[in-house]
Design a binder for this molecule. Structure first.
Ligand code: GRF
Length: 189
């Protein structure tokens, strides 16, 4: 039986698309069976529907409602949840139900540039403002605190003095697409 992954995303969805494609094009014992999004106009919805992955838009209230979200995850028999640019806090009951089976990707070298408000471009702006010489990605398990669960993998990339936040973001995205699907497969399959 294949392991069944759900991806939770709020925005662009390049990681979501990349994971879906990787699982389809490699001979793996896993598949993405559901995408959950909290923003009705997010690009990830178009991407996952085009790839024929069942896609569900849920409000913040739905995500915090154990009956709604647990029923959905049960209906799709989800084994692992991947947070790929998902901006809402995961409710405690879900973390308990999926203990050590929820993964987040964060676009910095945690514990640096993590915590509340540190998401998307804010992270890369902070990295440039702090004149860091390197940044990177952190793939970690999710516990009750923001960006705090056990780290599964980190990869680094140099930051040059002249790099803009957008240039740093592009380098980090490159790392994400290179490593996230592979680490998911290595960890759970
Ligand atoms: C990524 O940088 C990821 O690390 C994050 O938010 C961004 C999402 O990008 N936390 P996308 O929606 O997968 O394109």
């Amino acid at each position: 039986m294949k392991k069944r992954f759900a991806i939770f995303a709020s925005g662009n969805g390049s990681n979501a698309e990349n994971i879906i494609r990787y699982f389809r094009t490699h001979d793996l014992n896993g598949e993405v069976t559901l995408v959950v999004c909290n923003k009705p106009d997010a690009r990830v919805i178009e991407r996952s529907r085009r790839l024929d992955v069942p896609t569900q838009v849920l409000s913040r209230n739905d995500i915090n409602n154990s009956e709604v979200i647990l029923e959905l995850l049960e209906r799709y028999r989800v084994d692992v949840i991947v947070l790929a640019g998902f901006l809402l806090m995961i409710p405690r009951f879900l973390i308990q139900q999926y203990h050590n089976r929820i993964v987040n990707i964060h676009p910095s070298l945690l514990p640096k540039f993590g915590g509340k408000g540190m998401y998307g471009m804010y992270v890369h702006e902070a990295v440039v403002a702090a004149r860091e010489h390197q940044t990177g990605i952190t793939i970690h398990l999710v516990n009750e605190k923001y960006d705090d669960g056990r780290i599964l993998f980190q990869a680094t990339v140099p930051v040059n003095d002249t790099d803009t936040p957008a240039q740093v973001a592009a380098k980090v995205q490159q790392l994400e697409s290179e490593h996230l699907p592979r680490i998911l497969a290595a960890t759970f399959l």
